[in-house]
Ligand binder design. Structure first.
Ligand code: C5P
Length: 231
């Protein structure tokens, strides 16, 4: 199969974000970044020009350090990604960006009080959604959906709302999703066809996802498409 991704400019987001409440406390999630880094490594090896915008993770990766932009919060991740929106060919939104962030971050450690307390949160901007609004016809966007219920409906809803060309659906079951080396995914394309895969290593899944990107209508003509062999 022709390497349609050679020299393509690809933006990948990976890992969690941290939304600080005070200097030592934050809101985050269990994302380890393994999936995003696995995709970045595979694409880099194929000769793509990859920029990885990564939240705080501890990963031993062969992906070149000078191609990683380290960020902390969802707002930082948005700011860095936005710089690339116009020039990239493909965006892969793997990051588990926190949906909400504290309205105020205290500069000093918040003291315990006698009574209950509450935290006021505001919505983080959605990187994938904002890119989807300005995406050109020749740009490809790939999203992820981690769902626990109405999984297909929710994933399809996100595919449409965020103008993705592909969405990768997974669930937080044992050995799947956050933290594990393995995952079980279904890829849904813009024609709403479902492609389900067995439990595999994230490194192998990266290649399955890349196969669908390479085979996208935007990169190959219908006569050059290859059939995927699911193993
Ligand atoms: O959080 P949600 O399930 O809506 O995430 C779906 C997709 O949107 C994922 O690909 C995620 O990386 C992306 N996203 C984003 N910016 C956000 C929230 C989600 O890019 N603030």
């Amino acid at each position: 199969m022709k390497n349609t991704l050679f020299k393509k400019k690809i933006l990948i987001t990976a890992g969690p974000t941290r939304e600080y409440i005070d200097p030592v406390r934050f809101i985050s999630n269990e994302s380890t970044g393994k999936m995003g880094y696995a995709i970045a490594e595979a694409l880099h090896q194929m000769g793509a020009d990859v920029i990885l915008v990564s939240g705080p993770v501890s990963i031993n990766s062969s992906f070149p350090k000078n191609k990683i932009i380290q960020v902390i919060s969802g707002n930082d991740m948005f700011t860095e990604c936005e710089k690339y929106f116009k020039t990239i060919d493909i965006a892969i939104f793997c990051a588990a960006v926190a949906d909400y962030t504290p309205i105020v971050t205290s500069k000093i450690k918040i003291k315990k009080i006698e009574n209950n307390t509450s935290l006021e949160l505001q919505k983080n901007r959605d990187i994938a959604y904002e890119f989807g609004k300005i995406k050109r016809n020749n740009q490809i966007a790939v999203g992820f959906a981690l769902e626990t219920n109405n999984i297909h409906e929710n994933a399809i809803g996100k595919l449409k709302k965020k103008n993705f060309d592909l969405i990768v659906l997974n669930s937080p079951n044992k050995n799947e999703g956050f933290g594990f080396d393995t995952n079980k995914i279904t890829i849904i394309d813009s024609e709403l066809s479902l492609h389900s895969f067995p439990l595999k290593l994230k490194k192998e899944i990266a290649n399955d996802i890349i196969f669908y990107i390479r085979n996208s209508n935007k990169l190959v003509t219908s006569e050059n498409k290859l059939e995927q062999i699911v193993v």
